[in-house]
Design a protein around this ligand. Structure first.
Ligand code: GDP
Ligand code: IMO
Ligand code: MG
Length: 438
């Protein structure tokens, strides 16, 4: 196993669901602290250990390895989901060591309603949000005058602040039918206070200055994993805007979202599936609306962890991976779900796009250009399904025991992206992982 550096960012290199949860759990074994830095309960990170499956939305995946779990200031927190997650982990016998940033923003009941109803009203540009109130919570954060942070939630002035904010939002509350007239505002506030008081009681013990804690921990020689949510192509700045989420999913978000400066980051690891998936709307050049796409969806169990929606599936796209390498300064790549490709006779990898007769190796700057891009592929021979014994052999002997064509497939990605591939995942279980030698 490689030497552990003090701080490592784990970031999705595609459109999310790359297997970040599994890899964070795998890597956390030798780490002290795992911190989430962006997104909210739109994320769904799966960790499978034996016959137990954990689906984490807000608490970092390192919790399954009983590591210190931190929710950074860049995360938006739905207290209802957080409390449910805390309870369900406790029921699994996991003793929590959780710290929540007092600066993290809070998703309120109206954010969730606004998210769903605004999405339903959209005609041309539907995003396909998860309906978890993520966009409206971040919008209020940026607006600055209508936001509630964790520190407000646990303060004695929460109720007053909420009233001020509801007054500012009265027109929207009326428009979306949360109140029928202004006279109902007070009752609406009381309803929220009643519900949220239950959560506050359960959350307040975890609230902390997490930036101070993380920096001190590094000073004292402890190690940290920064667990990104979503994927690079969903980043609000660098993704396929407007078909993105509302946070910085890329590596830079780890610094702003935790209060740990960029000079303290030692390594950035991108997680990529051996093919590509996307949930929600927006361009996806290598999408397969055919039998192979269906095969990937069924074999890869490509249904959303949070919403259960079928994921769109397609060939691996190295234009995207090179772009992810650039915008995250990736040091290395982890390739997941290689096992899912077994049994496909011919595999394709997208090496570049064609736009108006020109070959484009770089990711286009405009969404309208991306929509018109045609993927250019190379074709490689596939390999047959490996049975239980072959898998055991692969896990025992490592990369060299993979079928020849699988090794060629991996090496081709390494060459096309220009990045070392350090870990390959061949199954959802923690142990179904191959660490490549230096
Ligand atoms: P995340 O959001 O990036 O954490 O990914 P998700 O948990 O939403 O989706 C990844 C899914 O693939 C989960 O169901 C994982 O259990 C599963 N998974 C992860 N790695 C592998 C792998 O190498 N092979 C297979 N077959 N499944 C995997
Ligand atoms: P993890 O962390 C995949 C997608 C939604 C939608 C867009 C905006 O599990 O990889 P939002 O609710 O965030 O406003 O939706 O972003 N999306 C994800 N897709 N994985 C995720 O998280 C996602 N989180 C949001 O499907 O297209
Ligand atoms: Mg997911």
């Amino acid at each position: 196993m490689k030497k552990v550096v003090p701080s490592t960012i784990i970031v999705g290199a595609q459109w999310g669901d790359e297997g970040k949860g599994k890899m964070v759990d795998f890597l956390a074994e030798r780490i002290d602290i795992v911190v989430r830095y962006n997104g909210g309960c739109n994320a769904g990170h799966t960790v499978k250990v034996g016959n137990k499956v954990f689906k984490l939305h807000l608490i970092p995946s390192g919790v399954v390895q009983r590591k210190i779990a931190v929710i950074g200031n860049g995360v938006v927190i739905d207290p209802k989901v957080l409390v449910e997650e805390v309870e369900s982990l406790k029921n699994e016998g996991i003793k929590l060591n959780l710290l929540i940033s007092y600066k993290a923003h809070v998703t309120m009941p109206y954010h969730k309603i606004f998210d769903k109803r605004k999405e339903a009203k959209r005609k041309e540009v539907k995003i396909g949000t998860t309906g978890r109130g993520i966009g409206p919570t971040y919008a209020d954060k940026m607006k600055r005058t209508e936001a509630i942070r964790i520190l407000d939630l646990v303060s004695e002035h929460f109720s007053e602040k909420l009233l001020r904010i509801l007054e500012l939002k009265v027109l929207e509350l009326l428009e979306f039918g949360l109140i029928k007239s202004k006279d109902e505002l007070e009752d609406y506030r009381k309803k929220i206070i009643k519900e949220y008081s239950l959560y506050i009681e359960k959350i307040k013990e975890f609230v902390f200055d997490t930036s101070l804690f993380l920096n001190k921990s590094l000073d004292e020689g402890r190690t940290i994993l920064f667990e990104g949510a979503q994927g690079s192509l969903l980043d609000v700045e660098h993704g396929t805007y407007p078909f993105v989420t509302s946070s910085n999913t890329t590596a830079g978000g780890a610094c702003t979202g935790t209060g740990v400066g960029p000079k303290r980051i030692d390594k950035v690891i991108g997680i990529a599936k051996a093919y590509t998936t996307r949930v929600g709307f927006g361009p996806f050049p290598t999408e397969l609306n055919n039998d192979i796409g269906e095969f990937l969806r069924e074999k890869g169990k490509e249904y959303g962890t949070t919403t259960g929606r079928p994921r769109r599936c397609g060939w691996l796209d190295t234009v995207i991976l090179r772009y992810a390498k650039r915008i995250n300064s990736l040091d290395e790549l982890v390739l997941t779900k290689l096992d899912v490709l077994s049994g496909i006779k011919k595999l394709k990898i997208c090496t570049a796009y064609e736009l108006k007769g020109k070959v484009m190796k770089e990711f286009p700057t405009s969404i309208s250009a991306l929509e018109k891009c045609k993927p250019l592929y190379i074709e490689l021979d596939g390999w047959k399904e490996f049975d239980g014994n072959e898998l055991k052999e692969i896990l025992r002997k490592g990369f060299k025991a993979l079928p020849k064509n699988a090794k060629t497939y991996v090496n081709k990605i390494k060459e096309l992206v220009g990045i070392p591939i350090t870990i390959i995942s061949v199954g959802p279980e923690r142990e179904e992982t191959i660490v490549l030698k230096d």
